[in-house]
Ligand binder design. Structure first.
Ligand code: 3Y8
Ligand code: NAP
Length: 252
């Protein structure tokens, strides 16, 4: 009997959870527990790490999981690598549900960089007003350029002081709208944006706003994750489940 573990935390994972719930597929949704009050899902939900690849393999066996779908964020490389290892260890088939990277279009002024360190180096030396739209886990390196004013957007209020001397945080959980992000950039007189190439529609608004304002964007490329089966749409995932399991293709 099919039983899916869905590694979530993205808009795509939420859309897939809705589709699986509507199709009556037996599935469990998984959050890391990074945020205080994550969006509720229409599936039974577990929260917190598994304890590495071994812990995930143990979970797959103990819970009788027959299919593993990794719909985590492109920058959640640790989780994705653990999913590959646990799938190999247990034989539970794995599918990554991933969205394509954003591509610069006409009118975009992108400086593409490989990692956060290169993103810091790409910022100017002259003091600027920078929108750091990368969350809170990778802020420390930007202290090397403390001459800038940083605008942060965080999901939860910061527990302690921010690691940047001249920074202010707006607290918001996406998906974000284009007009809202345009207003955010103009109200805060932003001159530069730093973003992760996460793809998807949930975080794209700031890039469209940047294009309209002619602002430079420092774009951090996503980490490479080794070979695994991938799908780009909910329907592809449902077809894979049908093909890989003994379930009739879920209707609806
Ligand atoms: C805990 C679940 C949904 C999912 C919504 C998507 C869209 C909004 C855009 C900006 C960029 C950022 C950040 C972002 C986006 C969606 C999606 C996406 C970026 C939630 C969520 C969890 C997280 C974790 C959080 C990270 C942080 C990253 C903020 C929920 C809202 C910057 C990534 O405080 C922290 O520690 C936050 C940590 C990982 C990156 C970082 O390093 O700080 N996401 N984001 C998930 C879990 O516990 O498993 O709280 O409801 C999910 C979403 N975040 O259902 O609609 O699909 O991409 N999330 C980035 O892309 O750059 C914000 O502000 O413009
Ligand atoms: P990560 O660095 O790849 O993973 C670190 C550890 O967190 C994993 O090894 C695992 O712990 C645990 N973990 C991560 N995702 C999990 C999940 N969905 N369910 C259970 N445990 C999980 O992950 P991250 O970048 O911090 O991302 C954490 C969550 O936020 C993910 O759900 C991701 O989709 C979401 N998110 C991340 C970003 C981002 O920019 N990184 C953006 C949007 C959403 P164990 O080793 O103990 O199993």
């Amino acid at each position: 009997m099919t039983r899916v573990l869905l590694l979530g935390g993205t808009s795509e994972a939420s859309a897939l959870a809705r589709a699986l719930a509507d199709s009556g597929v037996d599935a469990v949704f998984s959050y890391a527990g990074r945020t205080g009050a994550p969006v509720a899902q229409p599936l039974p939900t577990r929260t917190g790490g598994f304890g590495g690849a071994e812990g995930l393999a143990d979970y797959l066996r103990a819970e009788g999981i027959t299919h593993l779908v990794d719909a985590t964020h492109p920058f959640a490389a640790g989780m994705s690598r653990n999913a590959i290892a646990a799938s190999e260890a247990t034989g539970v088939p794995l599918l990554a549900f991933e969205r394509p990277a954003w591509q610069a279009g006409p009118g975009d002024d992108w400086r593409c960089v490989a990692d956060v360190g290169e993103a810091v180096a790409a910022l100017p030396d002259a003091p600027a007003r920078v929108f750091l739209a990368i969350g809170k886990q990778t802020l420390q390196p930007f202290a090397a350029k403390s001459q800038h004013h940083y605008l942060l957007r965080l999901v939860d209020p910061p527990e302690g002081p921010l690691p940047l001397p001249d920074a202010e945080a707006v607290i918001a959980r996406g998906p974000f709208g284009e007009e809202d992000d345009l207003r955010l950039l103009t109200d805060h007189r932003i001159g530069w944006i730093v973003a992760k190439n996460s793809g998807g529609a949930g975080a794209e608004a700031k890039l469209i706003a940047a294009r309209r304002l002619g602002l430079p964007v420092v774009m951090i490329d996503r980490p490479m994750i080794p070979g695994r089966a991938t799908a780009g749409t909910v329907d592809e995932v449902k077809l894979w489940l049908g093909r890989m399991g003994n379930i009739a293709h879920p209707t609806g």
